[in-house]
Design a protein around this ligand. Sequence first.
Ligand SMILES: Nc1ncnc2c1ncn2[C@@H]1O[C@H](COP(=O)(O)OP(=O)(O)O)[C@@H](O)[C@H]1O
Ligand SMILES: [Mg+2]
Length: 261
Amino acid sequence: MDSSAFITTRDLRKTFAMGRMRVHALAGVDIDIPEKSFTVIMGPSGSGKSTLLYLFGGLDRPTSGVLTVNGFDLNGLDENALAVYRRNTVGFVFQQFNLVSSMTALENVAFPLRFAGIPGAARTKRAKELLEQVGLDTHMRHRPVEMSGGQQQRVAIARALVNNPALILADEPTGNLDTSTGYGIMQQLSELHQGGRTVVVVTHDPRMLRFASHTLYLLDGRLVSREQFEAASITPEVGSGPEAGAAVAETGEAQAGETSN
Ligand SMILES: Nc1ncnc2c1ncn2[C@@H]1O[C@H](COP(=O)(O)OP(=O)(O)O)[C@@H](O)[C@H]1O
Ligand SMILES: [Mg+2]
């Protein structure tokens, strides 16, 4: 096991029961994500990207396998410890922004600090600083419906930063944005990486790769090499279902050490 990795998985599996069917969303994943990297995980819809990111974020638990983040064995944490892990270590950015519609930008960003026991004035001060950092000082009192998609995602990034997490996880953060707005969001995430955080973005958009220090390819719940990924993209029938994907991925040994540029 690579002890310098920030995130390590070994034979990580997540299986969902759908009636009598079992969906192998993650079918045995071995990853080492270096600390302070900007890792982009590419995969088509249904390949297990969100499932993987939710496990990294402690939002869900694996079915089996090893999952270590920043030295914590997430499998071994009870619910309380997992909540502390989420609060102290992780900032999550979602495709749908997931802002509270009745709250202003300022309130959305300050909200998570309530659970950290920080007094109101200090919460507001911190939220203002972060909204300034993402270029939204003019929109502190706006509600989500009064902002564009790009502005809402900036609020979501500010909220993700509010507890000063070492790890930023973003699930298709540009998926609901036009190209130039999405580019701005990726630049924002890139700045967080340059500021010393570990950033993991999952996406099916190859334009995101230019920002990556490390790239991984996910197909039907398994890591595959770039060559396998590209071959599967050219012939859509390969890797179209879990069984086909498992066969494709049999020799997949892609690791986070592979750089994209
Ligand atoms: N809660 C769930 N219950 C049942 N199946 C799920 C659940 N979440 C994800 N899946 C299935 O697991 C596979 C991977 O899903 P997901 O991680 O959302 O993929 P992606 O984010 O790459 O589109 C899909 O086949 C999906 O239908
Ligand atoms: Mg997804």
